[in-house]
Ligand binder design. Sequence first.
Ligand code: KG4
Ligand code: ZN
Length: 347
Amino acid sequence: MAPLLLGIESSCDETAAAVVEGDRHVRSNIVATQHDLHVEYAGVVPEIASRAHLERIGPVIERALVEAGVRADELDGVAVGHQPGLIGSLLVGVSAGKALAWSLDRPLLAVNHILAHLHSPALDDEPIGYPALGLVVSGGHTSLYRLDGALAVHELGRTIDDAVGEAYDKAAVLLGLGWPGGPALDRLAAEGDEHAVDFPVSMLDRDSLDFSYSGLKTALLYAVRGQPSGRGAATTFPRNTDDLDDARRRDLAASFQRAAMTSIVRKVERALVRHPAPTLLVGGGVSANSRLRRELETLCNAHGTTLRLPARRFCMDNAAMIAGLGAVHLEAGRCADLSLSASAQNA
Ligand code: KG4
Ligand code: ZN
């Protein structure tokens, strides 16, 4: 019988729990988002996030068990995302996971959030074949990897400044689309002229597999608000977000999306040429992006590479990916003990 694992995820602003059978079959997947608590700050406030996790973690775990039709004592282990992320948020999930594993006398599995995103294409789907290339695109990460197995990972490149999701969220605020605005910007981009503004497509050095989004972000700022005058706190702009008309907003969204996604697709192409692999795995919130999904499909077809995208419900942070990868840890005998702590960094 495949093991039945509870997964717990609390690295940022989603409190999530899930029950997964083996490494792929999702029995329940509960995500309580905190967007309403952070929206007025247009970003995640760490203190608010950890308090909200504390309030929600118990009920979310309970609902995951009820929806799966599983009693806690039927679980074969508890998997928890322990790094990387906001330290105060991670500690809530890690403490809950440790307490449950101890009280049930079951193995505790310590799962890396980024590797879990790379496992998400397997959920409710076929097993993943290795070796593979991996692309993680989220609010906190934009990185390329070479994977020889679900737990054998080598980083090939990463963003040197903002993550692509972070750039989307900041761009959406600038365009007056609210926060977190990645999905809204993606929808609006479909209605605009993507060649209206020639935003820079960051490629860095000829050989680089790194990413950069600060130049694009600044270019959009100037396109929306005009050229600034003054310096530092005294900087002023001739226009505001409110001055944008709808047609211009649509065109800016489309042009931003073209530049942001073209740089990712070109880097993935570079990686496929330099590190050929039969499979490309994609994970993270931005893997829900319609243009990215379409363009990666075309690219992988041209290279004879199998593209593994997560189902949309598993793109954003969730605990099913934590439990699924937890099963891989369990199978490999890689269990944690009660000395487990959280780490903000990807150690
Ligand atoms: O993986 P995730 O839930 O959290 C992190 O680990 O960061 O990713 C959230 C990010 C947010 O920045 C959100 O705006 C972005 O994913 N996102 C999108 C889309 N859907 C979510 N960005 C662009 N297009 C989308 N369709
Ligand atoms: Zn994530």
